[in-house]
Design a protein around this ligand. Structure first.
Ligand SMILES: [Zn+2]
Length: 351
């Protein structure tokens, strides 16, 4: 139940909101026609001094993807991590469906009411954590301007022009493929501003498992780790048919040692402004959470699944094979994947 204080604040906030709306309406009314401000498919909120979380909050696929935008004024560049579902929304009042239009034109409260890239003055670099449709459908507005679209070079065939419609799940879902040509980058690639050697302070790490092209990104100065769909809390961690739990374990163990090293360095740093631990930010649900705790929790849960310590919650036929769901007691972690992947990780070769 809400506390009295909370109720008072809620009441006061509501009154202000009504007053603001009436003032706005009266200023916008002409002959009793109320002109509403344009509504966008995205919300943005500040995570760090440079970085915003942009959430596509009511998409028709119910993915509610996370998009991250890091504004680097010194390099005159915005790094966009993933591009969401392309703005297709359940809300029929939404008129701004382009991610780029949102970033260029829509004021954000956490940015003093200004758009993140007012008037589109700053250039872009896009990094795709992997090629699934809910991360790439907004990419075309950036690729059409010839800004770099970075993706993993770990498995070039998986993201080849011929394979992308299948790998992205666009083809099986009947979604039109966006047009873009990714620039495939090596493990430990340090992202630079387009056309310059100026670094943005963010490194790409190959972390295959969810898909062969899954990456993580690490922002050194802000101690922020972006992991795409490798893991998150309170929603099913999903592996598609091209995923591998065995490969995922190796990538997550690498991230654990990487994060431990960074945490250790920060503890001994004399820079008082430096964050004291790495925070994890996922492609869905999870943001600004302690990275080590989330990584270790997810690994322990998936390990229990593979060791047969978790019971199958649901088994059904999906895209031509048996698909299983496991859910932790408190639902912090859950998993959905082809049963074949669990058995492969268990060391069994046949279903
Ligand atoms: Zn995915």
């Amino acid at each position: 139940m809400r506390s009295i204080l909370e109720s008072l604040l809620w009441g006061a906030g509501g009154a202000f909101a009504v007053l603001a709306y009436l003032l706005y309406s009266s200023s916008q009314s002409t002959d009793n026609v109320i002109v509403k401000p344009p509504k966008a498919a995205f919300h943005a909120s500040r995570l760090t001094p440079s970085t915003f979380l942009i959430k596509e909050y009511d998409d028709i696929y119910s993915e509610h993807p996370h998009i991250y935008a890091k504004v680097v004024h010194a390099a005159n560049t915005i790094l966009v991590i993933d591009t969401g579902c392309g703005g297709a929304s359940n809300d029929t009042e939404i008129t701004i469906t382009s991610l780029k239009e949102f970033i260029d034109n829509v004021g954000v409260d956490d940015n003093n009411g200004h758009p993140l890239n007012e008037g589109g003055k700053i250039g872009y670099v896009v990094a795709l954590t992997h090629c699934h449709y809910d991360h790439i459908l907004g990419v075309e507005d950036f690729s059409s301007k010839s800004w770099p679209i970075l993706a993993s070079g770990h498995s070039p065939s998986f993201v080849s022009k011929e394979q992308l419609p299948e790998s992205s799940l666009c083809k099986p879902m009947g979604i039109e493929m966006p047009i873009y040509t990714p620039t495939l980058v090596a493990d430990r690639h340090r992202i630079t501003a387009p056309g310059f050697s100026k670094e943005l302070g963010v490194t790409i790490l190959h972390t295959p498992g969810h898909t062969p092209d899954e990456i993580a990104l690490f922002d050194e100065a802000e101690m922020m780790l972006y992991v795409g769909d490798s893991l998150y809390e309170h929603e099913h961690i999903i592996f598609p048919s091209q995923g591998s739990i065995t490969t995922w374990f190796a990538s997550m163990k690498f991230l654990v040692s990487f994060v431990k090293e960074k945490n250790e360095l920060s503890v001994h740093s004399s820079d008082s402004a430096m964050a004291r631990e790495v925070l994890i930010n996922s492609g869905h649900v999870t943001a600004l959470r302690p990275a080590l705790d989330v990584l270790l929790g997810a690994i322990a849960f998936v390990r229990d699944v593979v060791d047969g310590k978790e019971k199958v919650k649901e088994r059904r036929w999906h895209r031509g094979e048996a698909t299983v769901t496991y859910e932790q007691g408190d639902n912090r972690f859950s998993l959905r994947c082809p049963e074949r992947l669990v058995l492969e990780a268990r060391g069994l070769k046949e279903v």
